[in-house]
Ligand binder design. Structure first.
Ligand SMILES: [Zn+2]
Length: 512
């Protein structure tokens, strides 16, 4: 067994100043449980939840279905002006609300889903992949629903959300995450996920909360026929969507031609259309009165010399995700403009379902707040527990990204330059003033609701699986194994120290 101190993520060089809460070095957010038949490498960590619930809305309880399409970028969807047709999602949007400009806050699976389920920013959870669980004790939607007497179930389609890797099973009566993984496509097939979700839903007699996780759009891009040729039938090049073909590009060793990139995007779009087709029986089986959410944890990068991956950058094709909700108070087919984030989903869904929110939830109730009237910048960070963390503040059309030197700070006018290829000559920090301070304050405010958690260990076998998924960057030197510890501060820049741009006083410093 190896205790991971693996350098992962973006290969941008940097010499950041570690100033923020100490955490174990990043552990890729996936686990080998069920992958090769062996036992899980470690146990998940499940903090005991604490509840500070607000009054519940005075409406009848309604069931909830939350569908996450892992790694689906909004810009690739026809629903958002892109290539991929998703007729079932489009039908849901026609019956409900489509948010025009949603964003993730963290471009990795585990922590992004913790934010989705809890309504607090990802760093509040600590380095959840390293602990195989959140250190935050505030409740998830599942825990609130379970406490209110709802049945709660989750059907998981990818290794990165298996409980032994992420610990997200808190509050679920059923967390169905064990499956045989096909190493060629690294996912539980969507049809299987759908079948299990429909079966579980059919067994419920009272209100329920169901979380469904599809991993089909995640790398590699291997859509079934006819979707493999639907969007680029005339391609005669040598690239396909397999790991074997694309590995040198993902590793930064080669640069694809523009023609090759458009072909790979077409395969990615094909996977998403095929996924949409596979979701149809689930969408049809959901009771009419249920609240339904379809979103994604992050997108995927097809440019900026960062190919076919997501975890190390915050360009718009990674940061922008879809968000469609049926069951809000808006007229059917409403498109809501203005910036929103995954952090807003929990409070919004709980409100629509007649359930109480937790006082500490940072997001807004989008039933009550029009995000175009009171725009709040979208904030995001890449993994802060390795070097080269990025931070972004985005409020269309303004976007600022802080990147470690020598890349530095960069700003864009997205209305004139949606592709983010022409940085503005001057950076108007005031345009998104306070973004970093807001983030810091949110992280600090969550510190009092964190508990200590052990660091999990990862086997060499699991490392191989993670590398295949792109969660270990082989272009970076692997840091030496760190000592197992309980989450306390480690000295200097040893594995376990949070890296990235300065964040100001740490929560522990604030308490002193
Ligand atoms: Zn993901």
């Amino acid at each position: 067994m190896l205790l991971l101190g693996a350098a992962v993520g973006c290969a941008t060089s940097s010499e950041p100043t570690p100033t923020a809460p100490s955490e174990p070095a990043a552990v890729p957010s996936a686990a080998g449980a069920g992958v090769r038949g062996g036992p899980p490498p470690s146990s998940p960590f499940h903090a005991e939840p604490s509840f500070e619930l607000e009054p519940a809305p005075d409406i009848p309880a309604r069931s909830v279905v939350i569908i996450s399409m892992d790694t689906v970028s909004a810009p690739i969807l026809a629903l958002y002006g892109g290539l991929a047709q998703t007729q079932n999602l489009e039908r849901l949007a026609a019956d409900g609300v489509r948010f025009a400009d949603p964003a993730t806050h963290f471009p990795e699976t585990c922590l992004s889903h913790w934010t989705l389920m809890s309504g607090v920013l990802p760093e509040v959870h600590g380095n959840a992949p390293a602990h195989a669980g959140s250190r935050y004790t505030g409740p998830t939607m599942a825990e609130i629903a379970q406490r209110a007497g709802f049945s709660t179930g989750a059907i998981i389609g990818g290794v990165t959300l298996q409980d032994s890797a992420c610990g997200l099973s808190r509050g679920f009566d059923l967390y169905d995450d064990q499956f045989v993984l096909d190493p060629t496509d690294m996912r539980r097939p969507a049809a299987d996920v759908t079948t299990r979700a429909v079966q579980w839903m059919g067994r419920q007699e009272g209100p329920f909360l169901l979380f469904v996780h599809y991993f089909d759009a995640h790398f590699p891009y291997t859509p079934p026929s006819p979707w493999d040729a639907r969007y680029d039938p005339d391609y005669t090049g040598n690239l396909d969507g397999s790991d074997a073909t694309l590995r040198p590009y993902r590793d930064g060793e080669r640069t694809p031609s523009a023609r090759d990139v458009s072909h790979i995007e077409a395969l990615y779009a094909g996977e998403i259309s095929a996924l949409d087709e596979s979701m149809a029986p689930l969408l049809e089986a959901i009771p009419d009165q249920a609240v339904v959410v379809v979103t994604a944890d992050h997108g995927e990068s097809f440019g900026h010399d960062y190919w076919f991956n997501h975890r190390g950058v915050l360009w718009d094709d990674v940061m922008r995700v879809p968000l469609v909700i049926r069951g809000l108070e808006h007229p059917p087919g409403t498109v809501v403009d203005g910036p929103v984030g995954l952090v807003d989903v929990a409070r919004t869904v709980l409100s629509a379902a007649g359930l109480p929110a937790d006082r500490r939830m940072a997001g807004r109730d989008l039933n009550r707040v029009d995000p175009s009237d009171r725009p709040v910048p979208q904030l995001a960070i890449t993994d802060p527990w390795v070097g080269s963390a990025w931070f972004a503040a985005r409020a269309y059309p303004s976007k600022i990204m802080e990147r470690p030197e020598p890349a530095g700070v960069v700003a864009f006018d997205l209305a004139a330059d949606a592709a983010e290829t022409e940085p503005l000559s001057t950076v108007d920090h005031a345009a998104l003033g306070g973004g970093r301070a807001v983030w810091n304050e949110a992280v600090a405010s969550g510190a009092d609701d964190q508990v200590e958690a052990p660091v999990r260990s990862v086997s060499e076998d699991e490392l191989g699986q993670l590398e295949a998924l792109g969660y270990v960057d082989p272009t970076r030197n692997q840091a030496p194994p760190s000592r197992s510890h309980s989450g306390g501060r480690l000295p200097g820049k040893a594995p376990g120290t949070r890296h990235g741009p300065p964040l100001g006083p740490t929560p522990s410093e604030r308490r002193r």
